[in-house]
Design a binder for this molecule. Sequence first.
Ligand SMILES: Cc1ncc(C[n+]2csc(CCOP(=O)(O)OP(=O)(O)O)c2C)c(N)n1
Ligand SMILES: [Mg+2]
Length: 191
Amino acid sequence: MLRADALQAIYPELQDRIVVTIMGAVAAELYTIGHRHNFFYLEHAMGLASSMGLGIALSLPKQKVVVIDGDGSLLMNLGTLSTMARYRPGNLVHIVFDNGSLLSVGGFPTATSTGTDLAGVARACAIPEVTQADTPERLKQAVQGALAGGTLTTIVSKVEAIGPKSFHMDLPLLENRFQFKRALEALRQQA
Ligand SMILES: Cc1ncc(C[n+]2csc(CCOP(=O)(O)OP(=O)(O)O)c2C)c(N)n1
Ligand SMILES: [Mg+2]
């Protein structure tokens, strides 16, 4: 599966949700499909998108939060899985696109390419719902199910190590930061 196709398939489920992505290729792919003020692309802080999503999910319990993670990023912050499982907000959906690669910095192989099973790690950390979804249709179903249910879910999707031609996003980090803050404030007031 191409991650760009996977994102296209789940975009309707994402567009009105709070979404936090890792940096690099996947951020550019989502941005290109359609940027929203409720999307935040966490630049520089590799590994911490899930930690940020956890904090937002806990502080806005009536909103659904979707984190888009990568294998290299999650491997850098494996402790996030045990922390997420400890607090287990039912409004958090954690998608991990596993391309076996640090694609955004040149394609160095990660430990998932030599056997580390991130879904297995998530289960062992006690994430209450862990699924694998390796086609756009299955991913869409898994995301819809996780958003409709009230259980913290990690979805691991194997994707090809292919990214966009350009990672350019016509959106400076600070602008995204203020847009996103205002979007969260508006959602908090609705709650
Ligand atoms: C602390 C830190 N180390 C390294 C980097 C450089 N870096 C940016 S993206 C990236 C790879 C991310 O890999 P993964 O999460 O698998 O996403 P992919 O690029 O494969 O989509 C790296 C190493 C960084 N931004 N911060
Ligand atoms: Mg990767």
